[in-house]
Design a protein around this ligand. Structure first.
Ligand code: CP3
Length: 354
């Protein structure tokens, strides 16, 4: 397996990732992995054996410790803050918990107009000051080794959890509210858009070099429904953040929505493995970058299949500015960390950047 550092690397990880996010030239392809902070790392499991999830998230020193683990072990160019997409709920007056192996749970879900009206739009620095403190600490500890990446759940994915009360395959209650009571839906989406915008603005002010909007359940929608009930809100967030820091849109299973997603105006679109990366790139707006798109299950097939798939991605992107190498979705817990370490070195040593 290859080493993780190469003589041809002249940029810092931070500079490399930020340049790619702005579609500027780089010395080699920057790389990070969704859900890299946790899941497959034994040092993360040891930390979690001592502290519950929300304690790690709400204690800046612990959150930064978890954030740095994959930077140290894999040599990635992006350090995604240890946090969760649900944290903005802290300021909204909606209690939630994160259950191991289950995910987010909300005991009193949002179901009526009165529930939506009660949602608080708070100041992000007050409501989630611990996230901003963690980012400030991360920025200091990280130096230029890697870019500090902030993130939030997108309004639609947050609405899915808020209405359903927990994770689900189809989010039937959330979709029923959307179709059956569009006025309440739009009120909810408007409020969530304001919360998410404030939250991401505060993260950028606290030192995030780029921010990613996770719209994990977007693939449940058809093209027309997306355009009517979700797209305008996403577009509003990216318009508001324009010029502050590069933005990344994330979703999976959304090949049918790619044109609409591109039109919301993020600097990069994260795509999954359902389309070859060059075919997906053709569907984006001119000058828009791409993040992706290795199938995370491939990594469990061992190093040889992983290397071949990574080479195929690098061949298809061919050194074109604006590519950040990543998985199409999060790392699976069973993944061997040694494969991720080798993959990072392999992408950095990319055949296309001799
Ligand atoms: O990339 C990273 O590792 C940084 C931190 C991060 C977490 N969650 C930590 C976490 C990020 C970026 C997320 C995003 C997130 N959280 C998403 C969007 C990404 C996606 O997969 O589509 C979603 C949908 C959530 C909600 C959520 N939180 C789920 C579905 C779960 C899974 C429960 C489980 O045990 O797998 C969580 C919990 C969670 N968030 C864990 C971590 C490290 C595991 C909890 C633990 O350590 O016990």
């Amino acid at each position: 397996m290859p080493a993780t550092s190469h003589d041809t690397m002249t940029m810092t990880g931070r500079a490399r990732l930020i340049a790619a996010a702005r579609s500027q030239p780089v010395d080699t392809t920057p790389v990070w992995y969704m859900r890299q902070a946790g899941r497959c790392l034994p040092e993360y499991r040891a930390l979690r054996a001592r502290h519950p999830f929300m304690e790690v998230a709400r204690t800046p020193e612990l959150a930064v410790e978890a954030t740095l683990m994959p930077v140290e072990r894999f040599g990635v160019d992006g350090a995604v803050l240890f946090a969760d997409i649900m944290l903005p709920l802290d300021g909204m007056g909606v209690p939630f918990r994160i259950e191991p192996k289950v995910g987010p749970v909300i005991d009193n879900p949002i179901r009526t107009r009165a529930d939506v009206e009660r949602i608080v739009i708070a100041d992000a620095d007050e409501a989630t000051g611990y996230v901003m403190d963690a980012l400030r600490l991360l920025r200091r500890e990280l130096g230029d080794r890697a870019a500090a990446l902030g993130f939030s759940g997108a309004p639609f994915t947050l609405a899915c959890y808020l209405v359903e009360g927990h994770g689900s395959r189809e989010y039937p209650r959330a979709k029923a509210l959307m179709y059956g009571d569009p006025e309440t839906w739009h009120l909810l989406m408007g409020k969530l858009t304001e919360v998410v915008t404030r939250y991401l603005r505060a993260q950028i002010a606290a030192g995030a070099d780029a921010v990613q909007l996770f719209d994990s359940w977007l693939g449940l929608l058809g093209t027309e429904t997306y355009a009517e009930f979700v797209q305008p809100y996403t577009a509003r967030i990216f318009a508001d953040l324009r010029g502050l820091a590069p933005t990344i849109h994330f979703s999976t299973g959304t090949t049918h929505l790619l044109d609409g997603i591109a039109a919301t105006g993020p600097d990069l679109v994260s795509v999954d493995w359902r389309l070859p990366i060059d075919a997906a790139w053709d569907r984006l707006a001119p000058g828009q970058g791409i993040q992706g798109n290795l199938d995370p299950t491939l990594l469990m097939g061992g190093w040889d299949v992983t290397r071949r798939a990574a080479d195929d991605i690098l061949r298809r992107t061919a050194g074109r500015p604006g590519h950040i190498f990543n998985l199409g979705h999060g790392i699976l817990p069973e993944t061997d960390p040694a494969v991720l370490e080798a993959l990072t070195g392999h992408v950095h040593g990319g055949a296309l950047h001799p």
